[in-house]
Design a protein around this ligand. Sequence first.
Ligand SMILES: *Cc1c(COP(=O)(O)O)cnc(C)c1O
Length: 429
Amino acid sequence: MLEHLRQQDPEVAAAVSAELNRQRNGLEMIASENAVSESVLETLGTVLTNKYAEGYPAKRYYGGNEHVDVAETLAIERAKHLFGAEHANVQPHCGSQANMAAYFALAEPGDKIMALDLAHGGHLTHGSRVNFSGKLYSFIPYGVSRETETLDLDQIRELALQERPKIILAGFTAYPRSIDFAEFKKIADEVGAYLMVDMAHIAGLIAAKLHPDPIAVADVVTSTTHKTLRGPRGGLILCRTEDRLRPNNKKNLAQRIDSAVFPGIQGGPLMHVIAAKAVAFGEALHSDFIKYQHQVIANAKELSSALIEEGLRVVSGGTDNHLVLVDLTPVGIFGQEASTKLDNVGIHSNKNLIPFDERKPTDPSGLRLGTPVLTTRGLCEPEMRRVASLIAQTLKANNESELNRIRSEVRQLTEAFPLYANLDYNHDR
Ligand SMILES: *Cc1c(COP(=O)(O)O)cnc(C)c1O
């Protein structure tokens, strides 16, 4: 494979091939990553990338869209079916753009939006000062409770009553517990706010019905397609058709979402990615996908209890989803050094703030670990115990020979659970 690329541009080909090896030979535990199927990969590398298709199926600005229309319509219909949504927009290039379009459809610049504090697990696009969201809107952060490290809905309700935001946003980036969206809906109703859910991390669990459902209660649900959902890198927006707060608006909610995406913030859609989203949604409708998501959660729970047995502290005491947030303080090492050490033995994770962290984001007290990729590779509970032990050994290791031994154990595990066994970027087929 890659025969043309290897001939024409060996430098790029070498980088691509080296990345395949890196993915194969490491234990990928970055909670926001996954490994797509070969069908999704194939679709991404097709001539659909050539097509300009500004607009929506059957309402395009250029001609020649009859085939990409089929692909986009399949993606829309499958997304609606998978999540039980009234309307789907599959064009956002990524999760950040899905959020931008949702804000544009629901609020005016300067309006108040309530979202989880970034230091407690919120996302960059939920009001960071360096992001468009924090520059354009007035974000009001809510937090988790100090005792339980979980969402404090009473506090959130009080804050909402005080601030009367236009949007209440739920759905996070580093929150290991399930989210009671129905409770958020009650609060939104009480203060006359829209409820927006950003399910970027947990979309796969929601598709498999293993997490409380936001689609039934939220006005707008945004997502990525590449995290637990295991599709190509991209964004997705689901919404109701009618605007329940402003039913007399000239345009209904679905129309406002569509025009916020195009022409509001994007030009031509990435048709090769949209076709790959259709493939991924098709996979997610299959019963194997539910089994996979069950295992993702079972693995995270096993990893969490094994890490606790190894002497680490797990934020909130455990997990309900695909990720574990670890407090490294008990082992006397911090996020920066821990993630570097783990990278060096082939275990990839990311340093992360923990709630009420007294350290800086550049070297926080925590580490975020996820199970989606390892589960895609076929690792189960017994391997999670081994991985937890390797992580603890690495954090405590203080000499090179110990680290070498751990590195070779990691390698044994990755060889026992191969990734993309049929891909060969270095030889013709
Ligand atoms: C990952 C993520 C996003 C953004 O996704 P990108 O595709 O990286 O832009 C948005 N919201 C949440 C909660 C996320 O975790």
